[in-house]
Design a protein around this ligand. Structure first.
Ligand SMILES: Nc1ncnc2c1ncn2[C@@H]1O[C@H](COP(=O)(O)OP(=O)(O)OP(=O)(O)O)[C@@H](O)[C@H]1O
Ligand SMILES: [Mg+2]
Length: 504
């Protein structure tokens, strides 16, 4: 069956200063399909969808939607035609309830012009039933599971006539089961005739759910790759322009036996009294839902979550970590998963962002003045080591693509030479090639004795890198074992059984 084109971009070019983000791009999407965009960090994917949605204007070229040239239209005007852009940091308001979030800006009003709450909840219920989301419309969004939050976001885009939905990395930081669940949901909407553009770095899901795949590389677009890119490795090769070798754990790595850090019956918000150790030179993977204790113990070790009881020991000595500065003194560094919340300062240059964490330490010269040359040289070597794509280390962090901002966060922490590096979902939004480079780098650093806590819900990645796995549920450790013969399924089974499995 001949499909109908719903969107066409013709000869779009966009430059930011010296950066050519889009170069004479031609791109076409058929109605009722899921069309994926893949490419390395900084390739131009977000720029392309921003041009389509009307967030930014291309320097040249036109956008045709439903047979109409929309190039001159604003974001709002394009929204009224049904184009919606849903980004990872999209606009849900955690403290509002589900119905309020879904109807935002389109609130039902009564004859007096006042908001008709009852009608609003009824309409939200209708649309949620239609799209298959079974949660109470009066619950505040904060209390939904991460996957239901993403669904609320998408339903909100569909509400009020959205028919062309752009999802820019919708599944980052969801577990593999939740990702499947979300895509089942997206698929059902596509069957009803809704069109999706999907941007993601998870190639398995791209291959599974897409009707068509388009690759973006350095601002150039290669279309219709589905036929040639039908396996993970082939698609990875097209994206990276070279073979991508997956890093895996060295099976002969000796078991680490010397503890660096010990928690004795520590408790905090969402964490019941818990004892566990981190050994020198090991990578220990932490797994668990939000609120399970996995992230909470990490933030506690960095002084962000107040310790309520028990002891933390570093090299056998009790330590008192009340704030991040205390943790840094013991060589404990933490990389948050939300770079926007506490990772980087967008309006500061890259080099100053990297320097931020070490200001008090290495960078101060004898008179307490900042050594700017040193800051710049550390920044320059990090940019090179992590292959951060930028025109200059003086560029503002805001001007980087999402994945490259994530690398700046990592660079900032590595500049402190940590003894214990706590990584909270470090490869979120990182492209396939860079992801392997970062995992390889972390692996190398542990060879020199650094210890790592690797918090993730990506079980495939976890099992490729962790020496040991610690599984949390409901504020407690429910499994702690060597990474031997483990599969994602065993991890899920242990997590959900909620019984403590003896450490090997
Ligand atoms: N507002 C801006 N100012 C300056 N440069 C920008 C701006 N927005 C994007 N760029 C640059 O344009 C290029 C393309 O960025 P874009 O965000 O489209 O990449 P992406 O493919 O979405 O990458 P990622 O996978 O990391 O999200 C990058 O080099 C980026 O640094
Ligand atoms: Mg992007």
């Amino acid at each position: 069956m001949e499909r109908e084109t719903i969107l066409e971009v013709r000869n779009a070019t966009k430059t930011f200063g010296a950066t050519k983000a889009l170069v004479d791009v031609n791109f076409r999407v058929e109605r009722g399909t899921i069309h994926s965009l893949v490419g390395r960090n900084g390739a131009g994917k977000s720029t392309l969808v921003n041009v389509i949605a009307g967030v930014i204007k291309a320097d040249r070229g036109i956008v045709i939607f439903d047979g109409m040239d929309v190039s001159g239209m604003s974001l709002k005007e394009r929204q009224s035609l049904g184009i919606r852009l849903v980004t990872q940091h999209a606009s849900i308001v955690p403290d509002l309830d589900v119905a309020e979030n879904i109807s935002m800006g389109l609130w039902a009003r009564n004859r007096l012009g006042m908001i008709d709450w009852k009608r609003m909840h009824e309409r939200a219920r209708e649309v949620m039933d239609e799209f298959g989301l079974d949660v109470d419309t009066r619950r505040s969004v904060r209390h939904l599971t991460p996957v239901d939050q993403r669904k609320v976001n998408i339903i909100r885009a569909l509400f009020g006539g959205g028919k062309f939905i752009i999802l820019d990395e919708p599944t980052t930081s969801l577990s593999s089961e939740d990702r499947d669940n979300l895509f089942e949901f997206v698929h059902r909407q596509a069957e009803k005739g809704i069109t999706f553009i999907l941007i993601s770095h998870y190639l398995e899901e791209i291959l599974r759910v897409s009707d068509e795949i388009t690759t973006v590389r350095d601002g150039f677009v290669f279309s219709n790759l589905k036929g040639d890119a039908n396996t993970h490795d082939k698609l990875a090769r097209i994206i990276a322009g070279e073979d991508v070798e997956l890093v895996s754990r060295d099976p002969d790595k000796p078991r680490a036996t010397e503890p660096l850090l010990e928690c004795r019956e520590v408790s905090a918000t969402f964490l019941k009294p818990t004892s566990t150790k981190v050994y020198k030179g090991e990578i220990v993977g932490y797994v668990g839902f939000p609120g399970s204790g996995a992230r909470e113990i990490c933030t506690m070790l960095y002084g962000l979550n107040k310790i309520q009881g028990g002891d933390v020991l570093v090299e056998g000595n009790p330590v008192n970590i009340r704030r991040a500065g205390d943790a840094l003194k013991y060589g404990i560094c933490y990389v948050p998963n939300d770079r926007h919340a506490d990772g980087i300062v967008g309006i500061m240059p890259i080099d100053e962002n990297i320097g931020l964490s070490i200001l008090r330490g290495k960078l101060k010269s004898f008179f307490g003045l900042l050594n700017l040359d040193k800051e710049r040289s550390i920044a320059a070597s990090s940019v090179e080591m992590l292959k951060i794509k930028t025109s200059s280390t003086r560029a503002l962090a805001n001007s980087l693509s999402g994945g490259n901002q994530q690398k700046v966060v990592l660079a900032k922490v590595l500049a402190c030479n940590p003894r214990l590096l706590i990584l909270d979902e470090p490869t979120i939004g990182i492209d396939i090639k860079s992801r392997e480079e970062i995992i390889g780098l972390i692996k190398d650093l542990t060879r020199d004795g650094m210890s790592v806590i690797y918090l993730t819900n990506d079980y495939d990645e976890l099992l490729r890198i962790a020496d040991r796995v610690v599984i949390f549920n409901d504020g407690s450790i429910v499994g702690e074992m060597e990474n031997k013969n483990l599969t994602p399924e065993t991890i899920i089974a242990i997590r959900d059984k909620n019984e403590r499995v003896a450490a090997e």
